[in-house]
Design a protein around this ligand. Sequence first.
Ligand SMILES: Cc1ncc(COP(=O)(O)O)c(C=O)c1O
Length: 293
Amino acid sequence: MPLICYVNGEFVEAGEARVSAFDHGFLYGDGIFESLTSTGGRIFKLREHMDRLERSARALRLALPETKERIAAIVKESVRRSKVGDVYIRIIVSRGEGYPLLDPRVVSRPTLAVLLHDASPPVTTATTYRNRGEGLRLKTAGVRKVPPECFEPRVKSLNYLNNVLARIEAIEAGFDEAILLDLRGFVAEAPGENIFIVKDGMLKTPRAHQVLDGITRRTVLDIAARAGIPAQESDLTLYDLYTADEVFLTSSFSRVHAVAEVDGRSIPLSGPITRQLRREIIEMERTEGEPVG
Ligand SMILES: Cc1ncc(COP(=O)(O)O)c(C=O)c1O
Protein backbone atom coordinates (compact mmCIF):
# COMPACT_ATOMS: atom_id res chain seq x y z
CA MET A 1 0.00 0.00 0.00
CA PRO A 2 1.73 3.24 -1.07
CA LEU A 3 1.98 6.17 1.33
CA ILE A 4 -0.23 9.07 0.33
CA CYS A 5 1.07 12.64 0.44
CA TYR A 6 -0.58 15.97 -0.26
CA VAL A 7 0.88 18.72 -2.44
CA ASN A 8 -0.93 21.96 -3.27
CA GLY A 9 -4.48 20.67 -3.25
CA GLU A 10 -3.94 17.08 -4.40
CA PHE A 11 -3.43 13.76 -2.67
CA VAL A 12 -0.76 11.78 -4.53
CA GLU A 13 1.31 8.64 -4.01
CA ALA A 14 4.59 9.44 -2.20
CA GLY A 15 6.68 8.70 -5.32
CA GLU A 16 4.65 11.25 -7.28
CA ALA A 17 4.90 14.09 -4.72
CA ARG A 18 6.52 17.03 -6.58
CA VAL A 19 7.01 20.77 -6.23
CA SER A 20 8.47 23.12 -8.80
CA ALA A 21 12.25 23.66 -9.02
CA PHE A 22 11.31 27.37 -9.02
CA ASP A 23 9.81 27.05 -5.56
CA HIS A 24 11.35 29.59 -3.22
CA GLY A 25 11.64 26.90 -0.57
CA PHE A 26 14.09 25.14 -2.94
CA LEU A 27 15.74 28.34 -4.23
CA TYR A 28 16.23 30.14 -0.92
CA GLY A 29 15.10 27.88 1.92
CA ASP A 30 12.25 30.37 2.21
CA GLY A 31 9.75 28.37 4.20
CA ILE A 32 8.87 26.56 7.40
CA PHE A 33 8.15 23.01 8.47
CA GLU A 34 6.91 20.68 11.16
CA SER A 35 7.89 17.06 11.84
CA LEU A 36 5.54 14.77 13.70
CA THR A 37 4.54 11.14 13.94
CA SER A 38 1.45 9.02 13.82
CA THR A 39 1.68 5.93 15.99
CA GLY A 40 -1.00 3.28 16.31
CA GLY A 41 -3.56 5.50 14.57
CA ARG A 42 -2.91 8.57 16.75
CA ILE A 43 -1.01 11.77 16.03
CA PHE A 44 0.75 13.14 19.09
CA LYS A 45 0.46 16.88 19.83
CA LEU A 46 -1.07 17.67 16.44
CA ARG A 47 -2.60 20.95 17.70
CA GLU A 48 0.72 22.08 19.22
CA HIS A 49 2.49 21.42 15.91
CA MET A 50 -0.17 23.42 14.06
CA ASP A 51 0.18 26.29 16.55
CA ARG A 52 3.96 26.35 16.08
CA LEU A 53 3.56 26.23 12.28
CA GLU A 54 1.26 29.25 12.51
CA ARG A 55 3.69 31.15 14.78
CA SER A 56 6.60 30.40 12.40
CA ALA A 57 4.50 31.64 9.46
CA ARG A 58 3.58 34.87 11.24
CA ALA A 59 7.19 35.53 12.21
CA LEU A 60 8.31 35.11 8.57
CA ARG A 61 5.34 37.05 7.13
CA LEU A 62 4.32 33.93 5.28
CA ALA A 63 0.61 33.43 4.65
CA LEU A 64 -0.49 29.88 5.40
CA PRO A 65 -2.36 28.69 2.28
CA GLU A 66 -4.97 26.95 4.49
CA THR A 67 -6.14 27.43 8.05
CA LYS A 68 -4.28 25.38 10.62
CA GLU A 69 -7.50 23.39 11.25
CA ARG A 70 -7.69 22.52 7.54
CA ILE A 71 -3.97 21.59 7.48
CA ALA A 72 -4.54 19.30 10.50
CA ALA A 73 -7.47 17.70 8.61
CA ILE A 74 -5.22 17.19 5.53
CA VAL A 75 -2.58 15.53 7.72
CA LYS A 76 -5.16 13.13 9.17
CA GLU A 77 -6.63 12.43 5.73
CA SER A 78 -3.15 11.62 4.33
CA VAL A 79 -2.53 9.15 7.16
CA ARG A 80 -6.02 7.62 6.74
CA ARG A 81 -5.54 7.21 2.98
CA SER A 82 -2.12 5.62 3.56
CA LYS A 83 -3.62 2.91 5.80
CA VAL A 84 -0.49 2.63 7.95
CA GLY A 85 -0.01 2.43 11.70
CA ASP A 86 3.27 4.22 12.26
CA VAL A 87 4.43 7.00 9.99
CA TYR A 88 6.72 10.01 9.99
CA ILE A 89 4.95 13.18 8.80
CA ARG A 90 6.53 16.35 7.44
CA ILE A 91 4.46 19.49 6.84
CA ILE A 92 6.19 22.08 4.67
CA VAL A 93 4.97 25.54 3.75
CA SER A 94 7.19 27.57 1.44
CA ARG A 95 6.68 31.04 0.03
CA GLY A 96 5.87 29.30 -3.25
CA GLU A 97 6.83 29.10 -6.90
CA GLY A 98 8.05 32.18 -8.72
CA TYR A 99 10.75 33.97 -10.68
CA PRO A 100 14.16 33.27 -9.08
CA LEU A 101 14.46 36.68 -7.49
CA LEU A 102 14.76 37.31 -3.80
CA ASP A 103 11.55 39.26 -3.73
CA PRO A 104 8.29 37.93 -2.29
CA ARG A 105 6.27 39.86 -4.92
CA VAL A 106 7.35 37.40 -7.64
CA VAL A 107 5.56 34.56 -5.85
CA SER A 108 1.85 34.03 -6.40
CA ARG A 109 0.82 31.63 -3.63
CA PRO A 110 2.53 29.56 -0.93
CA THR A 111 3.24 25.88 -1.39
CA LEU A 112 1.80 23.38 1.08
CA ALA A 113 3.13 19.84 1.19
CA VAL A 114 2.32 17.08 3.67
CA LEU A 115 4.83 14.28 3.17
CA LEU A 116 4.51 10.85 4.73
CA HIS A 117 7.43 8.54 5.27
CA ASP A 118 8.12 5.18 6.77
CA ALA A 119 8.76 5.61 10.52
CA SER A 120 12.30 4.09 10.23
CA PRO A 121 14.88 6.10 8.28
CA PRO A 122 17.12 4.06 5.96
CA VAL A 123 20.48 4.91 7.56
CA THR A 124 21.70 4.55 11.10
CA THR A 125 21.21 7.98 12.60
CA ALA A 126 20.43 9.14 16.09
CA THR A 127 16.76 8.92 15.31
CA THR A 128 16.83 5.28 14.19
CA TYR A 129 17.12 4.44 17.88
CA ARG A 130 13.52 5.54 18.36
CA ASN A 131 12.44 2.20 19.74
CA ARG A 132 15.75 0.96 21.06
CA GLY A 133 17.40 1.30 24.41
CA GLU A 134 20.97 2.26 23.51
CA GLY A 135 22.40 5.56 24.61
CA LEU A 136 23.75 8.04 22.09
CA ARG A 137 27.37 9.14 21.83
CA LEU A 138 27.49 12.91 21.41
CA LYS A 139 30.22 15.24 20.17
CA THR A 140 30.38 19.00 20.55
CA ALA A 141 30.43 20.52 17.08
CA GLY A 142 32.71 23.35 15.99
CA VAL A 143 29.73 24.87 14.17
CA ARG A 144 27.76 27.22 16.46
CA LYS A 145 24.04 27.82 16.81
CA VAL A 146 22.89 30.89 14.84
CA PRO A 147 22.25 33.50 17.58
CA PRO A 148 18.76 34.94 18.18
CA GLU A 149 20.19 38.35 17.21
CA CYS A 150 20.56 36.96 13.64
CA PHE A 151 17.65 34.56 13.34
CA GLU A 152 14.93 33.63 15.79
CA PRO A 153 15.60 30.01 16.86
CA ARG A 154 11.92 29.40 17.71
CA VAL A 155 11.02 29.65 14.02
CA LYS A 156 11.19 26.16 12.52
CA SER A 157 12.45 27.33 9.16
CA LEU A 158 13.87 25.52 6.13
CA ASN A 159 17.34 26.93 6.98
CA TYR A 160 19.07 24.03 8.72
CA LEU A 161 22.60 24.28 7.29
CA ASN A 162 24.37 24.78 10.61
CA ASN A 163 22.51 21.80 11.96
CA VAL A 164 23.40 19.71 8.91
CA LEU A 165 27.09 20.68 9.22
CA ALA A 166 27.10 19.85 12.93
CA ARG A 167 25.55 16.44 12.25
CA ILE A 168 28.11 15.74 9.47
CA GLU A 169 30.93 16.69 11.83
CA ALA A 170 29.69 14.29 14.52
CA ILE A 171 29.10 11.41 12.11
CA GLU A 172 32.50 11.80 10.42
CA ALA A 173 34.15 11.70 13.84
CA GLY A 174 32.36 8.41 14.57
CA PHE A 175 29.68 9.78 16.92
CA ASP A 176 25.88 9.47 16.73
CA GLU A 177 24.89 13.07 17.21
CA ALA A 178 26.24 16.61 17.68
CA ILE A 179 25.77 19.26 20.34
CA LEU A 180 25.67 22.85 19.17
CA LEU A 181 26.91 25.57 21.50
CA ASP A 182 25.66 29.13 21.29
CA LEU A 183 28.02 32.03 20.59
CA ARG A 184 28.63 32.47 24.33
CA GLY A 185 29.81 28.87 24.60
CA PHE A 186 26.72 27.62 26.44
CA VAL A 187 24.98 24.40 25.36
CA ALA A 188 22.14 25.09 22.90
CA GLU A 189 20.70 21.89 21.41
CA ALA A 190 21.39 18.97 19.09
CA PRO A 191 20.76 19.48 15.34
CA GLY A 192 17.23 18.08 15.60
CA GLU A 193 16.65 17.59 19.33
CA ASN A 194 16.55 19.55 22.56
CA ILE A 195 18.89 18.57 25.38
CA PHE A 196 18.26 17.91 29.07
CA ILE A 197 20.45 16.94 31.99
CA VAL A 198 19.59 15.55 35.41
CA LYS A 199 21.82 16.55 38.33
CA ASP A 200 21.04 15.63 41.94
CA GLY A 201 17.41 14.91 41.02
CA MET A 202 16.92 18.27 39.23
CA LEU A 203 16.05 18.44 35.53
CA LYS A 204 17.77 21.22 33.59
CA THR A 205 17.48 22.42 29.99
CA PRO A 206 18.54 25.58 28.10
CA ARG A 207 16.01 28.41 27.92
CA ALA A 208 13.54 28.28 25.01
CA HIS A 209 14.49 31.62 23.50
CA GLN A 210 18.00 30.28 22.70
CA VAL A 211 16.79 27.12 20.96
CA LEU A 212 13.83 25.61 19.12
CA ASP A 213 10.97 25.61 21.61
CA GLY A 214 10.48 21.88 21.19
CA ILE A 215 7.05 20.37 21.71
CA THR A 216 8.59 17.29 23.33
CA ARG A 217 10.72 19.59 25.51
CA ARG A 218 7.51 21.26 26.77
CA THR A 219 5.82 17.89 27.28
CA VAL A 220 8.79 16.67 29.34
CA LEU A 221 8.66 19.82 31.50
CA ASP A 222 4.88 19.29 31.98
CA ILE A 223 5.36 15.65 32.96
CA ALA A 224 8.13 16.68 35.39
CA ALA A 225 5.85 19.30 36.98
CA ARG A 226 3.07 16.72 37.43
CA ALA A 227 5.47 14.11 38.80
CA GLY A 228 7.08 16.53 41.25
CA ILE A 229 10.49 16.40 39.55
CA PRO A 230 12.10 19.83 40.04
CA ALA A 231 13.05 21.44 36.72
CA GLN A 232 14.92 24.56 35.71
CA GLU A 233 15.45 26.35 32.39
CA SER A 234 18.95 27.80 32.58
CA ASP A 235 22.31 28.25 30.87
CA LEU A 236 24.22 24.96 30.77
CA THR A 237 27.93 24.54 30.15
CA LEU A 238 29.75 21.53 28.76
CA TYR A 239 31.01 20.94 32.30
CA ASP A 240 27.35 20.52 33.37
CA LEU A 241 26.91 17.87 30.68
CA TYR A 242 30.18 16.08 31.45
CA THR A 243 29.31 15.83 35.15
CA ALA A 244 25.57 15.16 34.82
CA ASP A 245 23.92 12.09 36.34
CA GLU A 246 21.72 11.69 33.26
CA VAL A 247 21.63 13.34 29.84
CA PHE A 248 18.91 12.86 27.25
CA LEU A 249 17.66 14.37 24.00
CA THR A 250 14.03 15.06 23.09
CA SER A 251 12.24 15.33 19.76
CA SER A 252 8.92 14.47 18.21
CA PHE A 253 10.66 11.65 16.38
CA SER A 254 12.69 9.93 19.09
CA ARG A 255 10.72 11.30 22.10
CA VAL A 256 13.19 10.83 25.01
CA HIS A 257 16.53 9.36 24.08
CA ALA A 258 19.22 8.56 26.62
CA VAL A 259 22.78 9.77 26.09
CA ALA A 260 25.65 7.43 27.01
CA GLU A 261 28.64 9.65 26.28
CA VAL A 262 29.49 13.32 25.71
CA ASP A 263 32.89 14.12 24.17
CA GLY A 264 34.34 10.85 25.50
CA ARG A 265 32.97 11.30 29.06
CA SER A 266 30.56 8.51 29.88
CA ILE A 267 27.20 9.31 31.43
CA PRO A 268 25.43 6.73 33.60
CA LEU A 269 23.17 5.27 30.92
CA SER A 270 19.39 5.65 30.98
CA GLY A 271 19.03 6.73 34.59
CA PRO A 272 15.76 6.51 36.48
CA ILE A 273 14.42 9.95 35.53
CA THR A 274 15.18 9.47 31.81
CA ARG A 275 13.43 6.09 31.96
CA GLN A 276 10.41 7.50 33.80
CA LEU A 277 10.00 10.40 31.35
CA ARG A 278 10.38 8.10 28.36
CA ARG A 279 7.80 5.67 29.74
CA GLU A 280 5.30 8.43 30.47
CA ILE A 281 5.65 10.16 27.13
CA ILE A 282 5.23 6.88 25.21
CA GLU A 283 2.10 6.18 27.28
CA MET A 284 0.77 9.70 26.55
CA GLU A 285 1.43 9.16 22.84
CA ARG A 286 -0.57 5.90 23.02
CA THR A 287 -3.52 7.33 24.91
CA GLU A 288 -3.64 11.09 24.28
CA GLY A 289 -2.60 11.37 20.64
CA GLU A 290 -5.33 12.71 18.34
CA PRO A 291 -7.10 9.78 16.65
CA VAL A 292 -6.59 9.78 12.88
CA GLY A 293 -10.24 8.72 12.59
C1 LIG B 1 16.70 22.22 16.03
C2 LIG B 1 15.68 21.38 16.73
N1 LIG B 1 15.66 21.37 18.06
C3 LIG B 1 14.74 20.63 18.74
C4 LIG B 1 13.82 19.84 18.07
C5 LIG B 1 12.79 19.05 18.84
O1 LIG B 1 11.54 19.67 18.74
P1 LIG B 1 10.17 18.87 18.84
O2 LIG B 1 10.15 18.23 20.19
O3 LIG B 1 9.12 19.90 18.69
O4 LIG B 1 10.16 17.86 17.74
C6 LIG B 1 13.81 19.83 16.67
C7 LIG B 1 12.82 19.02 15.96
O5 LIG B 1 12.78 18.89 14.79
C8 LIG B 1 14.76 20.62 15.99
O6 LIG B 1 14.79 20.63 14.65
